[in-house]
Ligand binder design. Structure first.
Ligand SMILES: Nc1ncnc2c1ncn2[C@@H]1O[C@H](COP(=O)(O)OP(=O)(O)OP(=O)(O)O)[C@@H](O)[C@H]1O
Length: 188
């Protein structure tokens, strides 16, 4: 479903070149869930941006559903992202002036799905994530966990091939059972 081949990435700051990723290779099968952990500045966001088609690597190939997205132009990438990629953002990124249901429906608005169809699908997902009764409320009226479920529902509504979720939890190293690993500062 997702395959990286010899992916390297460098940033140029004036005359300086910062090599952030070196020959990354891995594969994620359909249905598999992986977590990427690393210290601050180690390159997690860079890798995520590359895998989501938001940036192009300096070298290498990134296959999603057997298509090398590195070769795509901007327009093709935008269409591909809309169809195949779901995002669950760290800060949930819900739109405060839209209701919970409208937030979940939003990706389908861009796909020109009819209002009745997208409403039905949004309600199914809100029921599935346990917040069907909150559909008419606004994000500010929900708890943090409930807002996260809205974000999850929104990422699922397009039935994407891959979902990327970002989390930074710098205080819970002990509570979540990861202990105090020296390389882990809570960023995923
Ligand atoms: N656009 C950019 N231009 C130049 N350098 C960058 C750019 N984006 C990131 N970097 C550098 O690349 C390195 C990796 O950054 P990245 O954001 O991928 O780290 P991260 O692991 O996601 O960090 P954090 O957990 O703190 O969010 C850092 O040293 C950062 O300064």
């Amino acid at each position: 479903m997702l395959r990286l081949e010899n992916v390297s990435h460098s940033f140029k700051n004036g005359n300086e070149v910062l090599k952030v990723l070196h020959n990354i290779q891995f594969e994620v099968q359909k249905g598999e869930m992986i977590a990427l952990l690393g210290s601050s500045g180690s390159g997690k966001s860079t890798l995520l941006n590359l895998m989501a088609g938001l940036m192009k690597p300096t070298e290498g190939h990134i296959y999603i559903a057997d298509q090398d997205i590195v070769k795509y132009g901007e327009n093709k990438l935008a269409v591909f992202r809309r169809k195949h990629i779901g995002f669950i953002f760290q800060a949930y990124e819900l739109i405060p002036t839209l209701t919970v249901r409208e937030n979940v429906e939003l990706p389908l608005v861009f796909q020109s799905v009819s209002p009745s169809k997208r409403r039905k699908k949004a309600m199914e997902l809100l029921e599935m994530t346990g917040i069907g009764d909150k559909a008419a409320l606004y994000p500010s009226q929900l708890s943090g966990g409930q807002q996260q479920r809205v974000s999850i529902s929104r990422s699922l509504i397009t039935e994407p091939s891959v979902i990327f979720a970002v989390r930074a939890d710098r205080q819970s190293g002990h509570q979540n059972g990861r202990g105090n690993h020296p390389d882990y500062d809570g960023a995923e």
